[in-house]
Design a protein around this ligand. Structure first.
Ligand code: SF4
Length: 425
């Protein structure tokens, strides 16, 4: 059963009399479990929909509609599938007490992998889930492999019953499912020869694996530092060498790069970032793979539309990780707009200085950095630092922050999204 949370005006649902609180029970006699069932089972032109209205009345609708016309309902969010692992580097385990409950959920959900590109380990799949992935052809999926050697993988995931990932991928691939994969590199465990083997195994698996990225493990002040550590510059350089070797083979044999390092890996290694051309469509940009080159491309693409900024002073607030990389983005942005950009890398006062990601910056730290900056015309904050309800990770609301800053503040994902509208004179 799925509960309706809202009905769109002038929609099929409104015409049928569905409303907030209506329970969607089944389609063509098949019980509805979540948004996947709803989307796939109602994809036909005609179907039978069984509902229970908030007053308890059960109705069956015989629906016929032009293909592509939405039914017009909003659904309650699916209950997140919990993770079956206990990785030493788990970010959730490293969170301090006192944050929003939802932040402590260790999710590992193939549905979110398909819908939003979240990485899943596939270690918590039940036969019913496997069947759904195949039936609904949920492809591509984003899979955290970490190591193809089952013993090493189980050790990393702290899950002695984790299934053999290559067999799992093989079963899905036979049904046409494709994968983006990642390896979170934990030094001394899955780097070196293990990394070489994992990259090789995944590449030899065939074209169902679209690509593989290597991301250096990141820890917070609260992580289990006695069990896991971050890689040194030398270890990152060794990983880049293995990635390059595998990418060379992929280019020669398949005409694609296939193996990628996260930007963070290059920063830690002290190695220049690869050029934009190697990223083959920027499939894992959300995973921090090719983010800088992607931003540079975006700026180039919309350069002609960024008008009205000449002479303005704009602050860009970001995490300390991007502090080294951001000048490579702000320099072309300044050239294109004529504005002067000031980079403000903010230390994460909530998780500690080792958490350098912009998306995890607490509102209070950004407020502190900007509260006396009347000399600026505009400040840009990382768009991913605020959730859908308008709150930063420390529970400060965006509205509170805006009230306390003396200049205009905008949330931005790639600069170009907000610089197409000039500030008021
Ligand atoms: S797979 Fe590991 S890192 Fe991811 S949520 Fe589970 S325990 Fe945490």
């Amino acid at each position: 059963m799925i509960r309706v949370t809202a009905v769109h005006d002038d929609s099929i649902a409104a015409e049928l009399g569905l409303r907030e609180g209506t329970q969607l029970l089944s389609v063509n006699g098949r019980e509805l479990e979540d948004f996947l069932d709803w989307e796939f089972l109602t994809a036909e032109e005609a179907f039978l929909l069984h509902v229970r209205q908030p007053d308890g009345e059960e109705i069956e609708f015989d629906i016929e509609r032009p293909l592509g016309e939405a039914i017009g309902v909003e659904l309650e969010p699916a209950r997140i599938r919990r993770c079956a692992n206990r990785c030493d580097f788990c970010f959730v385990d490293g969170l301090p007490d006192g944050l929003r409950d939802v932040l402590y959920i260790r999710d590992d959900d193939y549905r979110l992998s398909f819908r939003y590109g979240n990485f899943a380990t596939l270690t918590n799949l039940k036969p019913h889930d496997v069947q759904r992935i195949i039936e609904y052809r949920l492809s591509p999926l984003y899979v955290s492999v970490h190591a193809t050697d089952p013993t090493v993988r189980r050790y990393l995931l702290r899950n002695p019953t984790a299934p053999d990932v290559l067999s799992q991928l093989g079963e899905f691939a036979e049904h046409g499912i494709e994968f983006h994969t990642q390896i979170v590199m934990s030094p001394g465990v899955n780097d070196g020869e293990v990394l070489r083997q994992t990259l090789g195994d995944l590449y030899r698996f065939g074209p169902a694996i679209i690509g593989c990225s290597v991301v250096p493990v990141g820890l917070t002040e609260y992580s289990k530092h006695h069990l896991v550590r971050e890689p040194t510059a030398e270890e990152c350089r060794a990983a880049i060498q293995l990635i390059d070797e595998q990418a060379r083979v992929a280019r020669a044999e398949r005409g694609i790069n296939w193996a990628f390092g996260a930007d963070e890996l290059y920063v830690r290694a002290g190695v220049e970032l690869p050029q934009a051309e190697i990223y083959d469509g920027f499939d894992q940009v959300e995973n921090g793979v090719g983010s800088v080159r992607w931003l540079q491309q975006r700026i180039d693409t919309v350069a002609g539309e960024l008008r009205g900024w000449a002479g303005k002073r704009i602050a860009v607030v970001t995490g300390t990780a991007m502090g080294h990389l951001m000048p490579m983005v702000l320099e072309p942005l300044a050239r294109t707009t004529g504005a002067e950009f000031e980079l403000i890398p903010v230390v994460n006062t909530l998780f500690g200085s080792r958490v350098t990601t912009a998306g995890l910056l607490p509102g209070q730290a950004m407020q502190q950095a900007l509260r006396d900056r009347r000399d600026l015309d505009l400040a840009l904050l990382p768009g991913e630092s605020v959730n859908d309800d308008g709150f930063f990770i420390d529970n400060m609301s965006l509205a509170t922050l805006l009230q306390s800053i003396p200049i205009e503040v905008r949330l931005s994902k790639d600069f170009t999204d907000v610089l197409q509208v000039p500030v008021a004179a």
